[in-house]
Design a protein around this ligand. Structure first.
Ligand SMILES: [Fe+2]
Ligand SMILES: [Fe+2]
Length: 442
């Protein structure tokens, strides 16, 4: 069966479960009509939360709906949880986010099932709408939050593992850890508790507490937008730099693709993968400082020229060090030309003193540099490039990274632009090649 259909069948099955839960909620509400106001209010709040998204890292976006799903778990009876979640998330997915049907259904089911199971667990310890801030409530919330998080990541992993034909435990473990997900999630749960507590004590106080919440969100969003904009500008600058040197056009994008694939194979967590990807996209940013006559020099550089080129890792790191959003990438950029035997630059770091992400970048960077045409030499063939990387394994390149690189090399996408440039220059008889890492402008 084609993988897209496998994914769609899983999504439809999960949606059916959510629908049954909502139908049950509908019957419950019919018999308990005094709860209509609370159901509508929480459905509205969850809807509002779902349309407000926060980017907690370059690739992880969280919506604020978890705040109100948790508040609803503490406030309304269990059968109404799937109903409120279904109404709210359906409205936001189809009418605000306008996602395609299977993605929308997947998101709806994720929230409905995780919210319902978390409510089921919490209900062992507390009665919704009648709880105090005591040990039983704390236990209900901790176990409810763990259930909510486990079910959400389980469902994401189920769909992603089928869509990408990867092993389920691998994908699940990949999603579960990482403080970049856990800390914002705990914050959302705590805000949910605060809102529910105030709301259950005094309706007006609960509603009023949404005002500071909205103000904190707006301040956070403004700061985040600013950081995202600065990052976008830097990415555009890095892209422009790649285009400045005709021979390295889109080099950084290819290095990012390769480095991320190596990191994934080495089972690095999402946070590290994101740092590597951002570092790869910006690794040669420091060349902004390199004059054209050095960068585009159509031959082998002399000592003076190399001195200038060798400044670029430090210059790149200096430019980025004040950006908190890229704080984990800065050291990788600073170290992407270090060699494990200590012969690299700018600091001559050795072995594990070089961050793992930088050791990965070094292999991806060298491979792409060799595979690209340069004014002073022809492109290496795939086999020649592999032979060079293998030759310098344990000397310039980390052995484990090289082994992983060799394992997944066949999966590297053939990136079209590189082939175009190679063809364009294939007739030219270019000079002989040198050592790929020590004398290569990567
Ligand atoms: Fe570089
Ligand atoms: Fe490079």
């Amino acid at each position: 069966m084609r993988k897209e259909w496998k994914v769609k069948i899983i999504v439809l099955f999960l949606a059916l479960l959510s629908f049954i839960g909502s139908l049950n909620g509908g019957f419950y509400l019919f018999k308990n009509s005094h709860l209509i106001f609370l159901t509508i209010l929480f459905a509205f709040l969850i809807f509002l939360g779902d349309i407000i998204e926060i980017r907690v890292s370059p690739h992880v976006i969280m919506s604020l709906c978890s705040v109100f799903i948790f508040a609803s778990i503490l406030t309304i009876p269990l059968p109404l949880i799937p109903l409120t979640c279904t109404i709210a998330i359906t409205a936001s997915e189809f009418f605000v986010h306008k996602r395609v049907w299977y993605k929308a259904l997947n998101n709806i089911s994720e929230f409905v099932l995780s919210g319902t199971l978390a409510s089921l667990v919490a209900n062992f310890f507390i009665t919704p709408g009648d709880f105090e801030l005591n040990l039983a409530t704390a236990l209900a919330l901790v176990l409810g939050a763990i259930t909510y998080s486990a079910v959400t990541t389980f469902l994401i992993a189920l769909v992603v593992s089928q869509a990408e034909e990867r092993s389920f435990p691998d994908v699940w473990l990949h999603w579960v850890p990482g403080e970049q997900n856990i800390l914002p999630f705990i914050t959302l749960v705590l805000l949910g508790i605060l809102f529910a507590y105030l709301f259950n004590k005094n309706f007006i106080a609960g509603i009023l507490c949404l005002i500071p919440l909205a103000l904190v969100y707006l301040a956070f969003k403004k700061n985040q937008d600013l950081e995202a904009t600065v990052k976008e500008v830097l990415m555009a600058l890095a892209k422009a730099l790649d285009s400045r040197d005709f021979y390295t056009f889109e080099h950084s994008q290819r290095v990012a693709t390769y480095a991320k694939m190596i990191g994934e194979k080495m089972k690095l967590n999402i946070k590290d993968l994101e740092a590597i990807e951002s570092a790869a996209l910006l690794h040669d940013l420091g060349k902004v400082n390199t004059p054209d006559e050095v960068l585009l020099f159509p031959g082998h550089l002399d000592e003076e020229g190399w001195k200038v080129i060798k400044l670029h890792p430090r210059v790149g790191a200096d430019i980025l060090k004040c950006l908190t959003i890229l704080k984990d990438s800065t050291d990788l950029i600073h170290s992407h030309h270090e060699h494990v035997n200590g012969s690299g630059y700018p600091r001559g770091l050795k072995g594990n003193d070089i961050p793992l992400g930088a050791r990965i970048l070094a292999v991806a960077d060298a491979y792409d540099a060799m595979r690209s045409e340069r004014p002073y030499r022809k492109a290496y063939t795939r086999e020649e490039a592999i032979a060079e990387i293998t030759k310098y394994k344990g000397k310039y390149f980390d052995s484990e990274v090289v082994n992983t690189f060799l394992e997944i090399l066949d999966e590297f996408p053939l990136l079209g632009e590189r082939e175009t440039y190679q063809n364009k220059f294939s007739e030219e008889k270019l000079s002989t090649r040198n050592d790929p890492s020590s004398n290569e402008r990567k």
